[in-house]
Design a protein around this ligand. Structure first.
Ligand code: CMC
Length: 422
């Protein structure tokens, strides 16, 4: 069987054979045969923008693998920092590599004092922490001007380490600012997740202590959110990076994309939706409203997963573990009924809409004491690893600048009319 397709141009009757490369139609050959005939593909629903060896999603089967390792195994047996090493380097670390990586991340958690005091303190008192995070990431490029040396792999690794290490510090800093509490410095004796909880919630105790079941659940959430191939924010990171901007700028743009309610902002939107539904007996009315197209069921549906989102299954288990410690979130009953009603309804079944990663994550975050405005920030903390892994891969691939074409459908040429004659 030939790995190609044959296209007939009905305008001329000519036929062309276009090779299939890595499972996709080769656009260079297409362009050679049919120059100027662009694919019209808003939302990139049928366009592969790159090749990648980082994350493999098989949407119809509900499969998610990082560098070939099933997400279920990583969530059960690995740690977020081990997964971040895997995503960046392509292989699991040995003990020496892992210890060094943990040491490097732990020793880059501090933010410049001037940055923390002057830049972050300059925000308006009610600034959304996600807006603070985006701007902080962009501002950080001014603290590390050498980050522009993107050709140097060692320099790239240093900047990636800094970003992964500082994300929790910036995130917790944004939260402490929003509630008027003093910043908490990172504690090098704590693991990644506990350190983040400490920077969020420590008050006057010497060392912040957290139930291991809670930090394990948070670490699992970090693993699940670490990468998801060419989603909106990662594509943004690769696009900005393709112009050879520094990684802080690329990641700041990615975080801005994540902020949107169709993407990482969905977890906050789910909680707001559950609040709006209010009581168990309002669920059916709400579902009817969704079916009439009045609004979307947040936390449902996915561009790639059309059967189930494997992250949602793992998150439900993590939720059980957390609720054993914290007690059940009162909105859990509404969420469960909503899920059951939607899964049995023809509207959702026919459109292959299932709970996604965001449906239950917000309930866990809330039970852990995080306010809804922090939910997308919690998504950003581990996703920075994915953005950076893709940014680095793109630079190693010697990719071209991202510059799609458009199909112009506006007015044809016309003469300017002076204002008095219009
Ligand atoms: N509630 C109700 N209807 C929906 C929903 C929903 N959540 N999602 C899709 N639909 C309908 C949509 O109206 C359309 O129906 P029709 O064919 O009658 O016009 C059909 O399903 C296909 O939807 P689409 O908008 O073409 O699908 P998409 O692939 O462009 O959008 C999505 C994917 C995730 C943006 C969308 O499902 C959505 O808005 N979901 C709610 C927001 C959400 O939970 N986002 C988090 C995604 S997972 C985490 C992440 O990646 O950030």
């Amino acid at each position: 069987m030939s790995e190609s397709i044959t296209i007939t141009d009905n305008r001329t009757g000519e036929s062309f054979e276009i090779p299939i490369v890595d499972g996709g139609v080769d656009s260079t050959e297409w362009k050679k045969q049919l120059p100027g005939l662009w694919f019209l593909d808003p939302g990139f629903t049928t366009t592969a923008s790159c090749t990648s060896s980082i994350t493999d999603i098989k949407g119809d089967e509900g499969i998610l693998r990082y560098r070939g390792y099933p997400i279920e195994q990583l969530a059960k047996d690995s740690t977020y920092l081990e997964v971040s090493y895997l995503l960046l380097h392509g292989e699991l670390p040995d003990t020496t590599q892992y210890d060094q990586w943990v040491h490097d991340v732990t020793h880059h958690t501090y933010a410049h004092e001037n940055f923390r005091r002057r830049f972050m303190d300059g925000f308006h008192f009610n600034a959304h922490p996600m807006g603070m995070l985006n701007s902080s990431l962009a501002a950080m490029s001014t603290y590390y001007p050498e980050a522009k040396e993107i050709e140097d792999p060692a320099n790239r690794m240093l900047q990636m380490t800094r970003l992964i290490a500082k994300l929790p510090t910036l995130a917790a800093g944004a939260y402490r600012f929003s509630i008027g509490m003093p910043y908490v410095y990172p504690d090098n004796n704590l693991d990644f997740a506990t350190n983040f909880m400490s920077m969020m919630f420590k008050v006057a105790e010497d060392t912040y202590e957290c139930d291991p079941a809670i930090t394990k659940a948070l670490d699992v959430l970090f693993i699940l959110h670490a990468d998801h191939e060419q989603n909106c924010s990662t594509t943004t990171a690769r696009t900005i990076g393709s112009a050879h901007a520094d990684p802080y700028s690329a990641v700041s743009g990615a975080a801005a994309a994540l902020y949107g309610p169709r993407h990482g902002g969905a977890n906050e939107a789910v909680l707001n939706m559950l609040d709006e539904i209010g009581t168990y007996d309002q669920v059916d009315d709400f579902i009817e409203g969704v079916k009439r197209g009045e609004r979307r069921l947040m936390g449902f549906g996915h561009r790639v997963y059309k059967n189930f989102d494997p992250r949602a299954t793992i998150i439900k288990e993590a939720a059980d573990a957390v609720f054993k410690v914290t007690g059940a979130n009162p909105r859990l009953d509404i969420a469960l009924k909503l899920e059951e009603a939607a899964l049995n309804d023809e509207y959702f079944k026919s459109r292959k809409l299932y709970p996604n990663v965001d449906f239950y994550s917000g309930l866990i975050y809330q039970a852990l004491g995080f306010p809804p405005e922090m939910f997308t920030v919690l998504f950003a903390i581990p996703r920075v690893t994915g953005w950076l892994a893709h940014w680095n891969e793109m630079l190693e691939q010697d990719s071209r600048i991202a510059r799609p074409r458009q199909l112009y459908v506006g007015a044809d040429v016309r003469d300017y009319v002076p204002m008095g004659n219009r």
